[in-house]
Design a protein around this ligand. Structure first.
Ligand code: SF4
Length: 337
C-alpha cells in the first residue's frame, strides 16, 4: 500500500520530535529555540504566547535517535551532497554520484532526497510515478536498479505538481521518519541530497545522523563568485555543525562540445573558481565536471548519463571525483571501481 501524504506521515509529523512543543504562535525573532534549555525562561520569552508550553515541555535527547542509529547501522557510508546556492546542479551531481557507485554491481546504493519542497531526484532517476510501500519492516525505497534505491517525498504526493508548504518542525518530522522508518537493508552508500543553503533540513539530517555517523559532505558549486560566496557559508556551516567537508566539486566548469570536443568557458571563474576557494578554506578540491547538454537530457528522461556516455569528458571527470570522495570517506582505492 502506498502511503498518502496526509495519512501516516501527518500522524507522526504532529509530534515530529517528541520533545518539540506544539506552539500556539510562531516563534518571535529572538527565540532561543523551543527545544533549548532556555525555552520559556529566557528574556526573549517574556510575553511570548508560547511561554507556558515551552517552559513545561520536557527537555532532553531525542528518544528517536537510538532508533535511527539502529536502523542505519547496516549502511557503511553516508555522504551528504550540499550546495550554497540553487541551480548549481547539486541534485544532478547526486544522481551521477549514485549511478557511478552503483556501476559496480557489488555496491548497494541509496539516495535520500531531503529537498522536501523541491524534490527532483525521482524525475532524474526515472521513477517519478512510483509510490512507496509499507511493510512490517518499514517503508520500502523505490528501486531504480537491483542495487540502487531512492526515497523521496515526491513518492507521497498525490499529484506531482502539488506544492509542499511545510514549516520547519513538519519538514524535520518527515526527515526523521525517512531516517527511522525506511528499510534500506544493507547499503554500501547512502547519498543524502539536501536543499540549497543551510536550513532546517541540514541541521535535522546532521543531528539525526550524528550518532550513526556521517562520512562527510560534498559541496557542489559553479565557477562564478556569486556561487562561491555561498559555498564559503556552507563550509562555515559544516564546521559549526561538526560535518567533515569531503571536498568541493566545481560543476558546469566549461562546456565541452559533444561533437568536436572543443572546450568553452560558459561560466567564468572570475575569482579563481572552486580550486582557489578550496585552497583558501583548506578543504579538498575534488575536481571539475564540464557542462554537457546530454546530462540535462538524461535527467529529463530519467536515464543514467553515466551509463549512456561513459567516455564523455563529464563522465571521465566524474569517475575521478567518485574515487576522491571514496578516499576522503576512508575507503581503499580498490573499494571503488
Ligand atoms: S516561549 Fe521562548 S522558546 Fe518558546 S517560542 Fe516563545 S520565545 Fe521561543
Amino acid at each position: 500500500m502506498a502511503p498518502a501524504l496526509e495519512e501516516p506521515v501527518q500522524m507522526d509529523l504532529a509530534a515530529p520530535v517528541k520533545n518539540t512543543p506544539k506552539l500556539v504562535a510562531p516563534e518571535p525573532e529572538h527565540c532561543p529555540g523551543p527545544e533549548s534549555n532556555l525555552a520559556g525562561k529566557g528574556d526573549a520569552c517574556a510575553g511570548c504566547p508560547n511561554q507556558t508550553i515551552c517552559a513545561t515541555t520536557p527537555k532532553g535527547p531525542d528518544p528517536d535517535i537510538p532508533l535511527i542509529t539502529a536502523r542505519l547501522a547496516a549502511i557503511k557510508h553516508k555522504i551528504l551532497v550540499l550546495s550554497g546556492k540553487g541551480g548549481v546542479g547539486k541534485s544532478t551531481f547526486t544522481t551521477m554520484l549514485a549511478h557511478a557507485y552503483a556501476a559496480d554491481p557489488e555496491n548497494m546504493v541509496g539516495i535520500m532526497d531531503t529537498d522536501i519542497c523541491g524534490p527532483s531526484i525521482p524525475k532524474m532517476m526515472g521513477v517519478e510515478s512510483e509510490t512507496i510501500h509499507i511493510s512490517n519492516a518499514g517503508w520500502s525505497p523505490v528501486w531504480v536498479a537491483d542495487n540502487l534505491g531512492v526515497m523521496s517525498v515526491q513518492f507521497m504526493l498525490p499529484n506531482r505538481d502539488d506544492a509542499v508548504i511545510w514549516r520547519g518542525p513538519k519538514k524535520n518530522g518527515l526527515i526523521k521518519q525517512f531516517l527511522r522508518d525506511v528499510e534500506w537493508g544493507e547499503l554500501d552508500y547512502l547519498i543524502v541530497d539536501t536543499p540549497p543553503g543551510t536550513s532546517d533540513e541540514h541541521l535535522s539530517v546532521n543531528s539525526f545522523l550524528k550518532e550513526s555517523g556521517v562520512d562527510g559532505a560534498v559541496i557542489v558549486t559553479t565557477p562564478q563568485e556569486v556561487s562561491l560566496l555561498d559555498v564559503r557559508k556552507e563550509i562555515d556551516f559544516c564546521r559549526k555543525a561538526g560535518i567533515e567537508v569531503l571536498g568541493v566539486v566545481e560543476n558546469m566548469s566549461g562546456f565541452v562540445c559533444p561533437t568536436c570536443t572543443h572546450r568553452n568557458k560558459v561560466f567564468k571563474a572570475t575569482t579563481g573558481g572552486a580550486k582557489k576557494l578550496a585552497r583558501e578554506t583548506q578543504v579538498p578540491y575534488l575536481g571539475a565536471v564540464p557542462l554537457d547538454p546530454r546530462i540535462g537530457m538524461a535527467c529529463d528522461y530519467g536515464e543514467s548519463f553515466f551509463d549512456n556516455f561513459p567516455d564523455s569528458p563529464a563522465c571521465v571527470a566524474l569517475r575521478k571525483i567518485v574515487q576522491k570522495v571514496a578516499q576522503a570517506a576512508g575507503m581503499e582505492e580498490n573499494d571503488v571501481k
